[in-house]
Structure formats: structure tokens, C-alpha cells
Design a protein around this ligand. Sequence first.
Ligand code: FMN
Length: 306
Amino acid sequence: MIDLSVQLGRLHLRNPILVASGTAGYGRELADYVDMALLGGFIPKTVTRHPRPGNPPPRTVETACGLLNAIGLDNDGWDYFWQHHWPHLQTLPTAVILNIAGKSEDEFVELAADVARRGVGLAALELNLSCPNVAGGLDFATDAERTRRIVRRCREVCPNLPLIAKLTPNVTDITVIAAAAAEGGADAVSAVNTYLGMAIDWRQRRPRLGNVTGGLSGPAIKPLALRAVWAIARRRIIPVIGVGGIATMDDVMEFLVAGASAVQIGTANFYDPSVACRLIQDLPAAIAQLGTSRVRDVIGTLQTPE
Ligand SMILES: Cc1cc2nc3c(=O)[nH]c(=O)nc-3n(C[C@H](O)[C@H](O)[C@H](O)COP(=O)(O)O)c2cc1C
């Protein structure tokens, strides 16, 4: 019997495989493909204070080995979420991690305080400090001081929920931002959100995305995300949730060995919506191949040359 459970700060998960925010709606969308009773956790699409129409189309473009998106945090806002999505989400037999984004630091704190007031059965709160597709500075995690402040203030107003800071890779040194999140009191960081990119139709001399630039995800970014996770994990700054291009059992195992305590599956859900469940079913055999019976014994065991 393989023990798949993992611990990230105060967050306990029955297994390390989660579905990433923005890639599977609010849970209903996966109902035909995913047995929620198997998943380590589910993270719904980012919710903001006010409804957002998102960016003008086209909002996604396929590139070689990757997906470029500029959705722009399209969502129906806070009140709608609690009225229409939460009643369903709270019935799911898995850890539900709410992902929020504020337009300002104060708005993050306001939303986190409201979560605490509602006292609902969430497993954790993920702060999306890293959406690259929104004008007006929502990419908070490019700045260490701001990251530390937002995490600290959210932790103060929402002390009882494990807090995860979702980081952007679009920085010089992600370990500095991870350290700031740890100092602010985060239980874990999710690394990474999408990499800034663009696609061009040269014949028309036009960008392919309505927003001109977007965020790159999928297999193309896996080696980049893997390095980011390893860089944070090797310094033992804070528990890391690896995300970026994960689609196969090898990908999952590489992230665990690199030091991720859990992983999120994002873009792969779009072309293979049952992938997360399959990976969970195959995980015990992969762990056993390393001669151990606990996933925890695999995390961060990468052997590097002296
Ligand atoms: C279409 C699309 C929408 C996304 N929306 C969100 C979002 O609302 N909130 C968020 O935190 N991340 C969002 N992400 C980022 C993913 O959660 C993930 O961090 C990123 O795509 C890298 O993982 P992947 O390569 O497995 O997709 C989105 C990604 C895609 C492709």
C-alpha cells in the first residue's frame, strides 16, 4: 500500500495531484471526465470582487508545444461565485482551494476577510498574484515587498485557512519572491503561472491575440517550470506546488523529485480532461519503482553533482 498523502504547511492533501485554476471552470465542467473522489484537490477559476468580461477575442492561440492565452480573468464576480458556484463546489468530495485576485492590495485583503467571515469548508486559499493578462498591475508577484505585504495582510484577516501564493515566472529570481511569500506567512507557493509571450500573423502584420500579448502554458514551459520549482525547493524556502506543462507520469515524478510537494495539472485538461485521475491511479506504481511506499520520501530527492 502506497501512502500518497502530502503536507504543505498547514495543508494536508490525500494525494499530490490537483487541477489548476482556470483550466477546468468551477467543477461542473469536469463532471463527466473526472472522479472528484480521486483528486488531491480542485482549484476553480480565479474569482475577483467584481464581474470581469475579460479580454477581447481571440483569447487563445495554439503554438508549438504550448498554448498562449489572454483570457483576462473573465469571471462573474464574487457574489455570483458564492450564489451559483459554491453550492456545487462544496459538494465535491475533494479539497477545494479557492483562487482569488484583487485589483489592489486592499481588494485582496477584503476578499480574504470575507472568506474568513463565511467560514466555509475550503481546504485553502490560493492568491493569484500572477495573472499576466490584465492591464493595471495585477502581476503583484513581480515585487517581493508587495508579495510579502499581501500575503501577510491576507493571513492576518484569514488566519485559519492555509494560504498559497501563486507566483509568476516573469521575474529575474523567483526564489526572492518565494522567500517573500514565506516571510508573509504563506503555507506554500504555486510555481508557476504562465510565461509572457506573443504570436504574430506576419501576413496580416497583426498579433494573433486580441490582447496582443498572452501567457504561455503547456509542454513548452515544463523545463522552465521544473527549474523554477527546483530553485525554490533546493533552498528549502517554502513548500512548493509545481505547475507548468505537466501531462504525464514522468512529468509528475520529475516535479516531485525536483522538490514539489504537490503538482497542478493545467493545459493538459483541455485536450485530455481525465488526465489528472489517470495520473493519480498510476502514481503508486511510479513511487514503488523508486523503492519506497510513501510519496513524501520522493519529494526533493534529486541527486545533483557536487
Ligand atoms: C486558458 C487558461 C486560463 C488560466 N486561468 C487562470 C486563472 O484564472 N487563475 C490562475 O491562477 N491561473 C490561470 N491559468 C494558469 C494555470 O493555472 C497554470 O498556472 C499555467 O497554465 C501553467 O500550467 P500548465 O502549463 O499546466 O497549464 C490559466 C491558464 C490557461 C491556459
